[in-house]
Design a protein around this ligand. Structure first.
Ligand code: BT5
Length: 236
């Protein structure tokens, strides 16, 4: 059984992902690092992640031997966060690849970073949830503003880790179907119009599904386009 260690806590860190990436060799599988604020919170493609006081900013270290399956650890994290938020009675959904939205606005982002050495992988899954913090972005929301009351960050963290432990057990046992099934149940874009900005250009069409490596399949003019990485906008 996966057992997440007592979180290592800091009042301030540059970034919980950076912290683990720097010392993953010395840290055990299942390490969790939490910071009250981050001074250099990061998103994908080196973007900035606003990490003010009142939010839940943490990273999990997972050591494993399945480099080609790492995306499932990110998917499982998205499902765990969405389920924990739904327990609060809020309609959280997943936006490919790994954002959690409530009423179309981003409440959580996930950044996964890997160090691969042959078959051995150290995966750092960084999760940022807007809880009681303030984010000055029109595209963002917080649990507090959605619910109208302060949310207990500690019990939210426990809920996310409880779900995540279960999916990590499934991952260890090569039993990936529950992760993909639950991800698809909470996925919001299936069959809808999307536009994805990638480094190679913009892809528009209908979100048709997810391929075996977590890529998005977009159907456009009778063709299927596989999108490995990008930023998705729905309904355009
Ligand atoms: C993400 O990147 O969404 C991944 C965010 C991961 C943050 C966690 S916090 C703990 C751990 N430690 C870290 O340093 N990072 C992880 P991306 O999909 O690239 O989205 C980034 C974009 O989201 C930015 O360019 C902004 O537009 C927007 N954004 C920034 N801060 C936000 C926030 N707090 N809430 C919602 N949107 C935000």
């Amino acid at each position: 059984m996966m057992n997440f260690h007592n979180p290592i806590r800091y009042a301030v860190l540059a970034s919980t992902n950076e912290f683990i990436m720097r010392s993953y060799r010395k840290l055990p599988h299942g390490t969790v690092v939490v910071a009250d604020t981050q001074t250099k919170g990061r998103g994908r493609f080196n973007r900035k992640w606003h990490s003010g006081r009142g939010g839940l900013w943490f990273s999990v270290l997972l050591k494993h031997k399945k480099p080609e399956k790492t995306f499932l650890l990110t998917f499982a994290a998205a499902v765990s966060v969405a389920k924990a938020i739904r327990e609060q009675g809020l309609p959280a959904v997943i936006k490919w690849p790994n954002d959690i939205l409530i009423h179309g606005r981003k409440v959580c982002g996930i950044l996964t970073e890997n160090v691969v050495a042959g078959k051995s992988v150290a995966t750092v899954v960084g999760i940022g949830i807007n809880v009681n913090n303030h984010v000055g972005l029109a595209s963002a929301t917080t649990l507090k503003s959605e619910k109208g009351i302060e949310i207990d960050k500690e019990s939210l963290l426990k809920d996310v880790l409880r779900y995540y432990a279960r999916y990590c057990d499934a991952y260890t046992k090569d039993s990936y179907s529950s992760i993909l099934r639950d991800w698809k149940l909470l996925w919001d874009s299936g069959g809808k119009k999307v536009r994805v900005t990638t480094v190679r250009g913009v892809v528009s069409g209908v979100a048709a599904g997810i391929s075996g490596d977590g890529s998005l399949i977009v159907r456009a003019k009778g063709r299927e386009i596989i999108v490995v990485e990008g930023d998705l906008v729905q309904g355009v």
